[in-house]
Ligand binder design. Structure first.
Ligand code: 2AM
Length: 403
């Protein structure tokens, strides 16, 4: 339960409207505890007068000295204008990069354009911060007639209407999912690398080698698979509203309620195919509430019969892809393996240290882990620039691209 100390707010602050601070980041103990250790960038987004600064202060009050607010108003940034962003961004980067930087950094600005959202997410990624995008829950947050009265900046309603259009368009991200905390990503990558190294020297693997040829030959799996960004388990690919069911998913009460919440994903298996390497995620009952009812059905065209598999069967973390392969393939590869298992295929089994490894033919290997990996993750969303930009960087296998 959230207890707000009234003295933390200025005299101008209204009393919070019932439910207007109902955010997981403020109300859920597990989430709050996790955010006191994992560095997080909370990006507030909303029209002037919608209650962002009030929300920022509520977060600061809840997290005390572990939280720092960076407010656009303090950096001469004007809503709807590109001016002033250099100094503002420098301040955000300075807070994000310092060793003594606060755990929670709150960016208080309108953030109503794709550019700004993608840019801030890029900063978060560069500095290994989990990014969460929050809009105030005030009743008037999109009512421009009320907002003109509430904002102290004297913005005309017509201008607010123009901002609102962009703001509403950007309310649907590229995708939703659970984003692994960065320290957890390091551990999962390490485990994945060990798995590939184990395979490379395994006689039965060499025999079936990734190309499917029967002759034994050397293969460098760490070169073969390229890393694909921040490790995450996609729940819904919404494509900024263009994907089918995107709006319905975004508007679901459970998605709103659990947005920003932290939970532990159970990674129960690792698998590779000639196209992808991934981790299977076994979702809990609570996590399944966020899983779209048609996620498996949507894969029917790629994996016939997948629609009849239990909800959550497609849940995975992509760890790497072969050249030219898109990450969405990882979920299809996993579903194919699960279909084979469902059809009773035994495959060729080998016991290795972390669990039972099974070869299902056509270069498909599945390692059921004796001990599932518990991966702490935040249910959040992603905005990306249209094409890799200035910050692009590529390291060795299973490291992150910057954007
Ligand atoms: P995945 O690795 O979890 O499969 C951005 O493209 C992310 O969205 C990818 O990492 C991929 O996640 C997922 N994705 C892309 N296209 C998708 C689609 N059509 N359906 C589901 N997920 C998709």
């Amino acid at each position: 339960m959230l207890h707000i100390n009234p003295s933390a707010f200025s005299a101008e602050d209204p009393t919070p409207a019932a439910g207007s601070l109902a955010f997981a980041i403020l109300e859920q103990d597990k989430t709050k505890n996790a955010f006191t250790t994992a560095r997080t960038l909370v990006v507030l987004r909303g029209l002037p007068g919608s209650g962002k600064s009030f929300l920022a202060r509520a977060i600061a009050e809840a997290y005390k000295d572990q939280c720092s607010i960076i407010c656009a108003d303090d950096h001469n940034v004007k809503p709807g204008s590109a001016d002033g962003y250099k100094a503002f961004d420098d301040a955000i980067v300075a807070k994000s990069s310092g060793e003594t930087s606060p755990v929670l950094i709150v960016v208080d600005d309108t953030n109503h354009t794709h550019d700004r959202l993608a840019h801030l997410r890029g900063i978060a990624k560069q500095h290994r911060l989990v990014a969460v995008f929050l809009e105030p829950l005030t009743e008037w947050r999109r009512d421009t007639a009320q907002l003109t009265k509430k904002t102290k900046r004297g913005i005309e309603q017509a201008k607010l209407e123009a901002m609102k259009k962009l703001h509403v368009e950007m309310s649907i991200p590229l995708y939703f999912g659970w984003f692994l905390f960065y320290t957890v990503q390091d551990q999962v990558r390490e485990t994945a690398t060990k798995f590939l190294k184990t395979l490379e020297v395994l006689e039965s693997f060499k025999k079936h080698i990734i190309s499917g040829k029967e002759e034994a030959k050397e293969v460098d799996l760490e070169q073969y698979f390229k890393a694909k960004g921040t490790l995450h388990c996609t729940t819904k690919f919404t494509d900024y509203g263009k994907a089918e069911g995107a709006k319905e998913y975004t508007d679901k009460q459970v998605v709103q309620d659990l947005y920003g919440s932290v939970s532990d994903l159970s990674l129960s298996a690792l698998f590779i195919t000639p196209r992808t390497v991934g981790a299977r995620v076994s979702l809990s009952e609570d996590q399944l509430q966020l899983w779209p009812a048609d996620a498996e059905k949507e894969a029917e065209s790629e994996v016939p019969g997948a629609g009849a598999l239990p909800l959550g069967s497609r849940a995975h973390v992509t760890l790497g892809c072969a050249d030219g392969v898109q990450p969405v393939q990882t979920g299809f590869d996993l579903l194919q393996i699960i279909m084979l298992q469902k059809d009773g295929q035994q495959g060729e089994q080998v016991d290795i240290d972390p669990g039972t490894l099974t070869y299902y033919g056509e270069g498909r290997w599945y390692l059921a882990l004796k001990e599932p990996i518990s991966a702490t993750a935040c249910f959040s969303s992603i905005y990306k620039p249209p094409a890799p930009g200035l910050l692009f960087r590529k390291d060795s296998f299973l490291s992150c691209e910057l954007l």
